[in-house]
Design a binder for this molecule. Structure first.
Ligand code: ADP
Ligand code: ZN
Length: 619
């Protein structure tokens, strides 16, 4: 197994559970495997397919995903093809011919195509494995239901002896059981279908939540983030140094944020369902190929993108559920290097999402999911613990890589502040929303304030000494503490709870968390990231200039072959080269990520470049 792993994929060791899953499949059993995005699902079935005679069928929901995987496999010298609605009759015949001659190790198919072609496939092909990728699509409980998937259960009867392996990154229990049942998976002698659950922990993703930022402040943080990351790898300016995704709730916001970033010199593009398929494909393609550094997208973006060097993922608005959130941030840092994630959270999002949930068909489920998301955003304990706990995985230590761990909240006696706010709310007859309350406290003569003569209230301007954004934060904390609530049925006006009245009228004490807005300086970050990078490359120094040259060579090769750069070598592999600096082929072969096929294809040119760089003779 290890030999196959090294020679086809260039890796020296398995990630957690990969070897167990492959062994299980090779023994002819069925299984469901839950692995986080980027956890290395594909290698489980790809390597299994290579190790047994015949062809593996891989059911996949997305055409772009198939295309990507097939290209990546071919780049590793593995015979693979895809069959879906974009293929012509001629393509189909060609694939049919390859199958008949036993020339394909893996065939990716859409569920529709598989059902339509199954008689042919069963007859013409020796099918050795049936893989259901993104298996949660079969379940209405999952977040990505695809009706076409529900027909797949019929396949078990048609191929009773072929091992079936289903993979997903969505883990809640109901979905899990649903997948196993609907696919009619075969149980082990113990009576249970084997389910592998790999850890959902991705320690290289930092977690960070920012409460109550205004649009301008969010933008500043994002620009800073971009600057930090392009500084980091800017050994040459003509290339995109690293990339990032900004997820927004609405199409309009994606357009706006992208425009504002462009105004600040960042080549950012919007991506949303309102654009034509062609435009969307172009954006995605440019992003994957490192031609566009930042995409501002609605959640329609990213499924199936296997891009290794995404260095930050920002949620401009609060996501609808933890599953979605986790999947989205999971698109960052797939090469194992640090990736920053920031979630912006303010009360406007909460109100908008509540009203979506209330108006949706699955009202209760959606509200419940939003509750959990809100709990995460408001948490005062290690955020990673909450996430993992959500995926039924316990973690008994704090992660050290989330904002709560890095800046444990300091508290102060906020009783007077809280009383001011609650008093303002009561004096409006509890007829004010979030923004209006802040206006009253700050003494802003806004149109609504004038219209209702709120400037005559005794509390008008009593909170002038506290900046608006801090008021926003304190109000969110008060919400979280249960001192006030938002009445969604009454125009989202704020109401004081019984507990709030205890503070206002009986003087009960309240401790608030100090608001921290420490947007770390560029300098500090550069140092820290450099340190982190060194930690991942134990004990050796990376040659940054060489890294730049290696990237340039990679880009040349990728363009000439029509491949995405990461399919030639990932960033991680280039970093390893720039660190180990192999000057002979036999050393080059030992770099993690260099397999036999790629060694043959690219070994010489890369070693030549490294020799040149080291001032050695290139013959
Ligand atoms: P997903 O679980 O999201 O399908 P992939 O299979 O695409 O994840 O794997 C994510 C990345 O990790 C890929 O770039 C892949 O080549 C890499 N990878 C997978 N297994 C290993 C391994 N054993 N060692 C090193 N890198 C690996
Ligand atoms: Zn933590």
């Amino acid at each position: 197994m290890l030999r196959y792993l090294k020679s086809y994929f260039g890796y020296d060791s398995f990630r957690p559970l990969q070897q167990e899953i492959i062994t299980h499949i090779l023994a002819g059993h069925d299984c469901l495997a839950l692995m986080p995005t980027g956890g290395g699902k594909s290698i489980c079935f790809q390597l299994s397919a290579l190790m047994i005679e015949g062809t593996a069928l891989v059911v996949s929901p997305l055409i772009s995903l198939m295309k990507d995987q097939v290209e990546a496999l071919r780049a590793n010298g593995i015979a693979a093809a895809a069959l879906n609605s974009t293929h012509s009759e001629e393509d189909r015949r060609e694939v049919g011919e390859l199958l008949r001659r036993g020339k394909l190790k893996l065939l990716y198919v859409s569920p529709e195509k598989l059902m339509a072609e199954k008689d042919f496939l069963l007859k013409a092909t020796k099918i050795n494995l049936l893989v259901i990728d993104e298996a949660h699509c079969i379940s209405q409980w999952g977040h990505d239901f695809r009706p076409e998937y529900t027909q797949l259960g019929a396949l078990r009867a048609e191929m009773p002896d072929v091992p079936m392996a289903a993979f997903t990154a969505t883990a809640d229990k109901i979905t899990r059981n649903d997948i196993v049942e609907q696919l009619c998976m075969r149980a082990m002698p113990s009576g249970e279908v084997k389910v592998f659950v790999s850890s959902f922990n991705r320690p290289n993703l930092s977690l960070d939540v920012r409460r109550g930022y205004s649009a301008d402040e969010k933008l500043r943080v994002i620009v800073d983030l971009i600057r930090r990351h392009s500084l980091l790898a800017a050994t040459d300016d003509d290339m995109v140094a690293s990339s990032g995704i900004v997820y927004c709730l609405s199409r309009k916001t994606t357009d706006e944020v992208a425009r504002k970033l462009r105004e600040r010199g960042v080549d950012a593009r919007p991506y949303h369902a309102g654009m034509s398929a062609q435009e969307r494909n172009r954006v995605q393609d440019d992003f994957v190929n490192d031609r566009v550094p930042v995409v501002c997208a609605t959640i329609a973006f990213g499924m199936g993108i296997d891009k290794s060097n995404v260095r930050f993922v920002v949620h401009y608005n609060l996501p609808k559920s933890i599953e979605g959130f986790y999947q989205e941030i999971g698109r960052g840092g797939r090469d194992g290097l640090p990736c920053e994630t920031i979630l912006f959270y303010n009360v406007g999002d909460l109100i908008a999402l509540r009203s979506f949930a209330d108006g949706s068909a699955q009202r209760e489920i959606n509200n419940e999911k939003l509750d959990r998301m809100q709990e995460y955003a408001e948490s005062q304990v290690c955020r990673r613990r909450i996430l993992l706990n959500y995926f039924s995985e316990s973690m008994d230590y704090d992660c050290g890589n989330c904002d709560v761990c890095k800046h444990p909240p300091k508290r102060f006696d906020g009783t007077v502040l809280v009383q001011k706010a609650l008093s303002a709310i009561v004096r409006t007859g509890e007829r004010a929303g979030f923004r209006l309350v802040v206006d009253i406290l700050r003494g802003n003569y806004s149109p609504t304030v004038r219209e209702h003569d709120y400037d005559k209230l005794k509390t008008f301007g009593v909170g002038r000494d506290v900046p608006s954004r801090d008021w926003h934060d304190y109000l969110l904390q008060m919400l979280q503490l249960g001192l006030l609530e938002i009445d969604y049925r009454d125009d989202s006006h704020l109401k004081v709870t019984a507990q709030g009245r205890g503070v206002l009228f009986e003087g009960n004490k309240v401790w608030l968390a100090v608001v921290v807005r420490e947007d770390l300086s560029v300098k500090g970050w550069k140092k820290r990231l450099a340190m982190e990078r060194q930690l991942t490359l134990v004990g050796q120094h990376e040659d940054a200039v060489l890294f730049g040259k290696l990237r340039r060579l990679r880009l040349q090769i990728a363009s000439s072959m029509g491949l995405a750069p990461y399919m030639v070598f990932s960033d991680k592999t280039l970093h390893a080269m720039a660190t180990q600096r192999p000057v002979v082929i036999s050393d080059f072969e030992n770099v993690n990520g260099v397999g036999e096929h790629k060694l043959r294809l690219y070994g010489k040119v890369f070693v030549k470049l490294i020799r040149e760089h080291q001032g050695l003779d290139v013959d």
